[in-house]
Design a protein around this ligand. Structure first.
Ligand code: VG1
Ligand code: CO
Length: 543
């Protein structure tokens, strides 16, 4: 077959971050940039000849062009078959589902997740392994190493396929099967949740607003909520994926999902609100006039998991990323199961899930999921909440307040300082690292530092070690301040500061979060010199 072997030279910086390689679209549009990275993925792998690759993306600008290139490169590199979502669409959790169900060798997901899309915005590409999850660090490091040495790439030059047409086509000897991006995923959700109970909930007049933010979950939410579950038409808003997400920022949080937040605090607000991000792996859930933090959502879902058919046997364990609040730890203790603490990024949950050590996982960044796939899953969390609401027939607010009354409340907030200079950000972190020894045992007002370190993680399954995963300052009452730099941005640096304080007294659970954390927020600035070093007097985004 007509395979071209084209010479190329390496690009610097093709290093995957927290979740794949993310760059401005213009960077990906440079001749050979995408090709180099894709060839590096293939060069880093062994044994995929004749095997199946899964391919899809969140529909953002450059998705189709990239799919065309990757299909032709997969053919030239010897894959036997590619399963590609129709129109190039596959949400991140759906891609994981398809990889697992069809026993694929791996998958390539095109997304920069919550980063904006469009010709002047971001694009991204990530590789997922056969278990369905994000490539672990040893794989991403191997890809990066290959990208620094790549000298040629292979591409098929004998035609193209129509990704709008379901069914099998061929590129040379390789089969390309265009699949319904929604079908396998819907089938999985039906097995995990009590769809009849949720259908009855909607039939009883329960109202919901699901904001797909013009990102990838639109078709999934329409099929499941309005299709299978009988929610009234119009429950899903912004349900058509657009290449630029309608000019918005597909990040489901209080700042970027402001329309949803406004609708949920209006006098005629629905009972339940939810939004997902660009690639469908995150979720924000809201009650009427009530916000639940992702950390609390994980804890409440874990405490109530047995109410859903997929989890009646209970949970083997819970895992959370280090900056995520310790609300889940309290649930794990109450359930008599283990809670694992991992670095930021879903790839660190993979081994725990594969080994059956954890069933639910969560991150403070609106990511929740379980062992049903190997990615976080926005709609899964929404459906689990619906299942819970359908069984308990209480408002979300009542359920969360009851939870706090039993387990106590972990007041929690994340402060992001976006777009600060790389030098300032590195300087701040270096300074913090340098002051760790002095911090231990120091008193700041009522707070005494019990532990100050740079979080290092040893994977309990394969023993791999990941260093420098964020600075933790833990106080004697269990309160914490965590600092780390984002690994998903494409411009300058983003400093994330995570602040947490436990409050056992139900009489004090009504406080405003920022007020409840005010002392620690001041301390966070004092310890790291944020204002002094960045010139910023306030965060860009507070969640
Ligand atoms: C952020 C979040 C992290 C999440 C990652 C990918 O990373 O903090 O929890 O796993 O995004 O999510 P960072 O390095 O910017 O803090 V997604 O939805 O972009 O795939
Ligand atoms: Co995402």
């Amino acid at each position: 077959m007509p395979i071209l072997v084209r010479p190329t030279t390496p690009f610097p910086g093709q290093k995957p971050g927290t979740s794949g390689l993310r760059k401005k679209v213009a960077v990906f549009q440079q001749p050979n940039y995408l090709e180099n990275f894709v060839q590096s993925i293939f060069d880093s792998l062994e044994g995929f000849q004749g095997q199946t690759l899964v391919l899809g993306g969140d529909g953002r600008f450059f998705n189709r062009e990239a799919i065309d290139v990757i299909l032709r490169m997969a053919a030239a590199n010897g894959f036997g078959r590619v399963l590609v979502g129709r129109q190039g669409i596959l949400s991140t959790p759906a891609a994981s589902c398809v990889i697992r169900k069809h026993r694929a060798f791996g998958g390539i997901v095109l997304s920069a997740s919550h980063n904006p899309g469009g010709p002047h915005e971001d694009f991204g590409i990530k590789y997922n392994i056969g278990a369905g999850g994000p490539a672990p660090e040893k794989v991403t490091e191997a890809i990066y190493a290959c990208s620094q040495a790549v000298g040629e790439y292979r591409i098929f030059d004998g035609g193209a396929v129509d990704i709008d047409r379901l069914g099998i086509q061929h590129l040379g000897e390789m089969a390309v099967e265009v699949v319904d991006p929604v079908a396998d995923y819907v089938e999985l959700m039906e097995r995990l949740f009590d769809f009849s109970a949720i259908r009855r909930l909607f039939a009883s007049g329960f109202r919901m607003r699901y904001d797909a933010m013009h990102a990838v979950t639109g078709p999934y939410a329409l099929a499941i909520l309005e299709g299978c579950l009988g929610a009234p038409a119009g429950t899903v808003v912004n349900g058509t994926p657009l290449p630029d997400f309608g000019g918005g920022h597909p990040d489901p949080n209080l700042v970027h999902a402001h329309d949803l937040v406004a609708a949920m605090s209006a006098p005629d607000a629905p009972d339940f609100g939810a939004a997902s991000d660009g690639d469908g792996d995150r979720n924000m859930v809201l009650g009427r006039n009530f916000y639940v933090t992702p950390s609390d959502s994980l804890a409440v879902l874990a405490a109530n998991a047995r109410l859903a058919p997929g989890y009646t046997g209970g949970l083997a364990g819970i895992a959370r990323s280090m900056p995520t609040s310790q609300a889940a730890d309290r649930v794990a203790a109450a359930l008599g199961i283990r809670c694992y603490e991992t670095p930021t990024g879903w790839k660190f949950f993979g081994n725990l899930l594969d080994a059956g050590l954890a069933t639910f996982c969560g991150e403070e960044s609106f990511g929740t999921g379980s062992d049903h796939v190997r990615e976080k899953d926005g709609l899964w969390a929404v459906l689990l909440w619906l299942n819970l609401l359908a069984v308990r027939r209480q408002s979300m607010e009542t359920i969360v307040r009851d939870h706090w009354a039993v387990h106590g409340r972990n007041f929690y907030s994340r402060h992001d300082y976006e777009g600060i200079g790389t030098a300032e950000a590195d300087g701040l972190m270096d300074h913090l690292r340098g002051s760790l020894a002095d911090l231990a045992g120091r008193r700041f007002g009522a707070y005494i530092v019990r532990l100050a370190d740079d979080f290092a993680y040893t994977d309990p399954v394969d023993g791999s070690v990941s260093m420098r995963q964020g600075i933790r300052v833990v106080f004697s009452d269990g309160s914490r301040i965590v600092y780390r730099l984002s690994g998903t941005g494409t411009e300058g640096a983003t400093l994330r500061v995570y602040i947490e304080r436990f409050e056992p007294d139900p009489g004090k659970h009504d406080q405003d979060t920022q007020a409840a954390l005010a002392d620690l927020i001041r301390l966070a600035d004092q310890i790291a010199g944020i204002t002094l070093r960045t010139g910023r007097s306030a965060p860009t985004v507070i969640t």
